[in-house]
Ligand binder design. Structure first.
Ligand SMILES: Nc1ncnc2c1ncn2[C@@H]1O[C@H](COP(=O)(O)OP(=O)(O)O)[C@@H](O)[C@H]1O
Ligand SMILES: [Mg+2]
Length: 256
C-alpha cells in the first residue's frame, strides 16, 4: 500500500463507565470498549465512508485519527510516520469537521477565517485568496460580516466548513457531514467534497446514511460495536445488492 496517505493500525479505545452508565447499560463492566481493533487505509483522491449506527464508534475513531484523543493502543501513520512523532505538523495538514458548530457567536465569518488562518501560520496573501475562493464557493460573501449568532444553521455550517479549510488541509476528516443540514446545504457540502476529491485530498466521512455513502464514497467500511465488520470498494460491495441490503443482511447474520 505505498500510495496510502494514512494507515490506521489496530486502534483500541475504551472509556470508563460511571455507575449510572453501568446501570443504564445493564453491565458490571467498569469500562466500555468504543473502538475495538480498527485498521484501515486512506488514499489521496478518494472518499472513504465509515458507515454505522449510532454508538458504533465512528466519532471515537475519527477523533483518534484527528489526534484529538489518544488511543489506548494502536497507531496512526501519516505518510508512513507515526503522527505522535510530529503532532504539530500533522495537525496543520489535517482538518476535522463536524456538524456540531464550534464557532464563536460574537465574531463574524470573516474575522474567524483570518484568526484561524493566522493560527495555522498561513500567510496574509494566502488567507485572502483562500477566503475568496471558499466564501465564493459556499455563498458566504453576503454574510461574511454578520455575527455568527445571527446566521441561519445552514450558513453557520457552511461558514464553519470554510473556516476549517482555511489552511488547505491535505486530509479531511468529516464526522456526519450532512447531519442537521437542510437539503440545499447538504447538496453544497456533497459537491464540495467531490471537488476536494478531484484536488487529490484524502477524505474520510462518517455517516449513518446509506445514500450518502452510495453517492459519494469510493470505499466503505461498515462499523458496528467498535469493529469494522466489512470493508471494500463501493463497486464491489454493492455489486449484487444495495448498501442498505448489505447492511441489513449483516445484521440478520448476527455480524452487527
Ligand atoms: N467520552 C466518552 N466517555 C464515555 N463513553 C463514550 C465517550 N465517547 C463515546 N463514548 C461511547 O462510545 C461508544 C461509541 O461512541 P461514538 O464513537 O460516539 O459512536 P458513533 O459516533 O458511531 O455514534 C458509545 O457507546 C458511546 O456512548
Ligand atoms: Mg458520532
Amino acid at each position: 500500500m505505498d500510495d496510502a496517505t494514512i494507515e490506521i493500525r489496530h486502534l483500541h479505545k475504551t472509556f470508563p463507565l460511571t455507575r449510572k452508565q453501568r446501570k443504564e447499560k445493564h453491565t458490571e463492566a467498569t469500562r466500555l470498549t468504543a473502538v475495538n481493533d480498527i485498521s484501515l487505509t486512506l488514499r489521496s483522491g478518494e472518499i472513504y465512508g465509515l458507515l454505522g449506527p449510532n454508538g458504533a464508534g465512528k466519532t471515537t475513531t475519527l477523533r483518534m485519527l484527528s489526534s484529538l484523543i489518544d488511543p489506548d493502543s494502536g497507531e496512526v501513520l501519516f505518510h508512513g510516520q507515526n503522527i505522535k512523532d510530529n503532532i504539530g505538523e500533522y495537525r496543520k495538514r489535517v482538518s476535522f469537521l463536524t456538524s456540531e458548530l464550534k464557532l464563536d457567536d460574537f465574531f463574524t465569518p470573516d474575522y474567524t477565517f483570518h484568526y484561524m488562518g493566522e493560527l495555522f501560520g498561513v500567510s496574509k496573501d494566502e488567507i485572502l485568496s483562500r477566503k475568496k475562493a471558499l466564501f465564493d464557493k459556499f455563498g458566504i460573501n453576503d454574510f461574511a460580516n454578520v455575527q455568527i449568532k445571527n446566521l441561519s444553521t445552514g450558513m453557520k455550517q457552511k461558514a464553519s466548513l470554510a473556516i476549517a479549510l482555511c489552511h488547505d488541509p491535505e486530509v479531511i476528516i468529516f464526522d456526519e457531514p450532512t447531519n442537521g443540514l437542510d437539503i440545499i446545504a447538504s447538496r453544497d457540502v456533497e459537491n464540495f467534497l467531490i471537488d476536494l476529491r478531484k484536488e487529490g485530498k484524502t477524505i474520510i466521512v462518517s455517516t449513518h446514511i446509506f445514500s450518502l455513502v452510495e453517492k459519494l464514497c469510493d470505499r466503505v467500511g461498515i462499523i458496528a460495536n467498535g469493529s469494522l465488520v466489512l470493508e471494500g470498494e463501493m463497486r464491489e460491495v454493492t455489486k449484487e445488492k444495495s448498501l442498505e441490503n448489505v447492511f441489513f443482511d449483516l445484521l440478520e447474520e448476527g455480524r452487527i
